[in-house]
Write a protein of this length. Structure first.
Length: 207
């Protein structure tokens, strides 16, 4: 693969995006960020992009209420900025089938639990940590995974464990998990940058 040229899709404050950006600046991750895209005007990720002189694009769901029209506009932006890899960083909208097909095995997402546990539609953010604690788990973690046509069902690239403490709340667990997210996402991306990943059906091989 040629050098990773990333499109970062984010709906929130963008802490994972910022960690990736900082790792690129530090020389830890061999990639460039081509564009940052959000479906929310208030997304902190857009502000981070602007402060770093990166293209920041908002796609309005009011202007493009139909999924196919939204996806078509998203595809136009991806083509315009000539990206070859997509990073979902707290992006709370389903990726359309046409985009997944074009970027098959080149879209990553990060989930704040050890998939397949505590994943699927509606499981994001603090809802995940609440579910982990309510179940009584002693271990949670982070999963960086490929994106396919279903929520959180793509092949895992990296998983890291985070212990659950006796006095944890969703907030304290989330804070510890987030620190690991910031490390694991860059590790996964660098595997692709170094061409260390081979995908055979439902199996990941590390070269």
């Amino acid at each position: 693969m040629s050098k990773l040229r990333l499109a970062v899709l984010a709906s929130g404050k963008g802490s994972n995006f910022e960690a990736i950006l900082n790792n690129i600046k530090a020389g830890v991750l061999d990639a460039d960020i081509g564009v940052v895209i959000s479906n929310r005007t208030t997304a902190g990720a857009l502000e981070i992009a602007k402060k770093n002189n990166l293209p920041a694009v908002f796609i309005s769901t009011k202007e493009f209420p139909e999924q196919k029209d939204f996806d078509a506009r998203l595809m136009e932006i991806l083509d315009e900025y000539e990206v070859n890899f997509i990073v979902l960083a707290g992006y709370l909208k389903m990726i359309g089938a046409d985009i997944i097909q074009k970027y098959r095995n080149k879209i990553l997402n990060i989930h704040p639990a050890l998939l397949p546990a505590f994943g699927g539609k509606g499981m994001y953010g603090h809802l995940v940590h609440e579910a982990v604690l309510n179940y009584g788990c002693r271990v949670s973690g982070v999963t960086v995974h490929l994106v396919d046509e279903n929520y959180d069902s793509g092949l895992p690239i990296i998983q890291r464990c985070v212990s659950v403490e006796n006095d944890d709340t969703p907030e304290t667990l989330a804070a510890r998990v987030l620190k690991v997210e910031h490390i694991a996402y860059t590790e996964a991306l660098q595997l692709f940058a170094n061409d260390k990943i081979e995908i055979r059906g439902r199996k990941i091989l590390f070269k």
